[in-house]
Design a protein. Structure first.
Length: 116
């Protein structure tokens, strides 16, 4: 396999990597397989999940897409719909309170939500 063709293959590769990591095998063939899968996953993500480093809004949008979240689902973490709209459209930066709330509520590492 020289590339991951779609999201199904991507998720299968991630699952296999996880299985190999949990196994902690000393088998060189499995270590090589994990390295190859990690390389394929990185290549897939670079193309399919483009995101500028240090762009917390891009990461938040990606997380929303992956979790099938709608803007209304962010109300407990960001505030009313107008705040959510402004944040997602780069008109308002995330506050420290929003970052803490999103991190805790959605399991997003706080450093992913802090602009660089």
């Amino acid at each position: 396999m020289d590339s991951l063709q779609n999201e199904k293959h991507y998720k299968m590769a991630l699952s296999r990597i996880w299985d190999l990591m949990e196994k902690l095998s000393k088998d060189p063939a499995e270590a090589q397989e994990m390295d190859m899968l990690a390389t394929l996953v990185e290549a897939y993500e670079a193309v399919q999940i483009p995101m500028q480093p240090g762009d917390p809004i891009a990461f938040l949008k990606y997380k929303m897409e992956q979790e099938n979240l709608k803007q209304g689902d962010l109300i407990p973490f960001i505030g009313d719909k107008s705040k959510i709209y402004n944040v997602l459209n780069y008109k308002q930066e995330l506050t420290v309170t929003m970052i803490r709330s999103l991190s805790k509520g959605l399991g997003i590492p706080a450093n992913f939500l802090i602009p660089s």
